[in-house]
Design a protein around this ligand. Structure first.
Ligand code: FES
Length: 222
């Protein structure tokens, strides 16, 4: 079990419980017997599956964060936010283009800048991204969303049913299609398509735990 020696009291999913200090929200849930399998993925702050809402002691403000990253504190009240259903436009990746944004995400242009979406656990100015997208300043929109983890919390607040994370993803994809591919990406794709590393993968897949550990340690030290 991870955590400091100190024991703190927090309210997790509506129950007051005691847990070792220093744990993240997800670790605290596990520590107290919650069988958390849904609502988590990478456990590294990347996939956005684990959004939580919390209030810190002495605070009246609800904040949002990622359960696998947020470290619990004495007196904190935390709940996990379930995945919010929202519409993702269907399109072919081959046909992604900026001029199709309005056709695919027409609701974007009903945004009245209420800024309810500005609750991003990654501190992205989501309303600012939507303003830039509506104004056609796609580079500015894309530049602001590089930290997006696709948790969809912003979409859960939008009274106009806009899914800002999907809009931003589309813009990023469309911009990427307009740019020349980096040469190293092209050569890597060629290597994959020609099965250049198939032998290496087979060798790694056949390793036992110890051999795999040694192999990973050697690779990390390169
Ligand atoms: S589990 Fe992926 S961001 Fe937390």
């Amino acid at each position: 079990m991870k955590g400091d020696d100190a024991i703190i009291t927090v309210e997790l999913e509506g129950r007051k419980i005691k847990v070792p200090a220093g744990l993240t929200v997800i670790e605290a849930l596990w520590d107290t017997g919650h069988d958390v399998k849904r609502g988590i993925g990478c456990l590294s702050g990347l996939c956005g599956a684990c959004t939580v809402a919390f209030i810190e002691r002495e605070s009246k403000k609800v904040r949002f964060g990622l359960g696998c990253q947020k470290v619990i504190e004495e007196g904190m009240n935390v709940i996990m936010i379930p995945c919010f259903p929202c519409r993702a436009a269907r399109y072919s990746l081959e046909a992604v283009a900026l001029e199709k944004l309005k056709e695919l995400y027409d609701e974007l242009y009903t945004c009245n800048d209420c800024r309810a979406c500005n609750i991003c656990p990654e501190w992205i100015n989501v309303a600012g991204v939507m303003r830039a997208a509506m104004a056609g300043d796609y580079e500015a929109a894309a530049a602001q969303v590089t930290d997006c983890v696709m948790c969809g919390l912003c979409a859960s607040r939008c009274p106009k049913n806009i899914a800002p994370h999907f809009v931003a993803l589309y813009i990023q994809r469309a911009l990427a299609r307009e740019r020349p591919s980096p040469p190293n990406l092209e050569s890597r794709l060629e290597e994959i398509e020609s099965f250049r590393y198939d032998g290496e993968w087979s060798r790694v897949a056949a390793m036992d735990d110890e051999a795999l550990r040694e192999f990973c340690t050697a690779m990390a030290g390169r």
